[in-house]
Design a protein around this ligand. Structure first.
Ligand code: IMP
Length: 193
């Protein structure tokens, strides 16, 4: 089975993607390669950040690798927190801090439309770069619901479902998530070459 390096330190994401690619690719992430450095996410767009991370890891490992960058884009907040989703409530903000800030910002706002968007950058072993995208549309709920997942999952209700992301099993979320869709685009591409 071919090995792909996933340029992340986030074990939640690594677990999700290992699940999606199970049986097709052997996915290793940075901690498993003893790479502990933080990769600076200095871009102003999801695309730039995904490329920064993938290029950094390709230079370190010389192996085919991919990186994702995800943002929660809230319509009534003009797309915020977007590329700044991780640090919405400050540099060292916890998931809880970010959610609380979002719920406060949305107080009294009726338009609760939002989407998660993931951009995935893939660099093959000849250093060719490719970009893929996955989105899931939904609304920001007024209350936190559920204990699963991470990040903004407790306040995101995807369209067509009764359960917030944090109320779904990992399998269910992985079937419909922004990251799963982006990785499916990547897999489709990998199968086509
Ligand atoms: P990253 O830059 O791709 O790590 O994502 C930025 C931030 O978006 C994370 O710190 C989370 O707060 C949030 N995020 C990313 N993916 C998800 C998800 O699947 N569910 C909920 N929040 C997410």
């Amino acid at each position: 089975m071919e090995t792909l390096v996933f340029a992340t330190h986030n074990h939640h994401k690594a677990k999700e993607i290992k699940n999606v690619l199970k049986g097709k690719y052997h996915v290793v992430y940075l901690t498993e390669l003893d790479l502990y450095e933080e990769i600076p996410e200095t871009g102003d767009t999801l695309q730039e950040n995904a490329l920064i991370k993938a290029r950094y890891v390709f230079e370190k490992t010389g192996k085919a690798c991919f990186a994702d960058d995800t943002g929660l884009e809230v319509a009534a907040l003009n797309g915020a927190p977007g590329v700044y989703s991780a640090r919405y409530a400050g540099e060292k903000a916890s998931f809880e801090d970010n959610i609380n800030k979002l719920l406060l910002a949305m107080e009294g706002i009726n338009n609760r439309r939002a989407r998660f968007r993931t951009v995935m950058a893939y660099i093959d072993n000849q250093s060719n770069e490719h970009l893929f995208e996955g989105k899931v549309e939904g609304v920001i709920t007024t209350q936190k619901r559920g204990e699963q997942g991470f990040g903004y999952d407790p306040v995101f209700l995807p369209d067509g479902y009764q359960e917030n992301f944090a109320e779904m099993s990992a399998e269910e979320k992985n079937r419909i998530s922004h990251r799963a869709k982006a990785v499916q685009q990547l897999v489709k591409y990998l199968k086509s070459i």
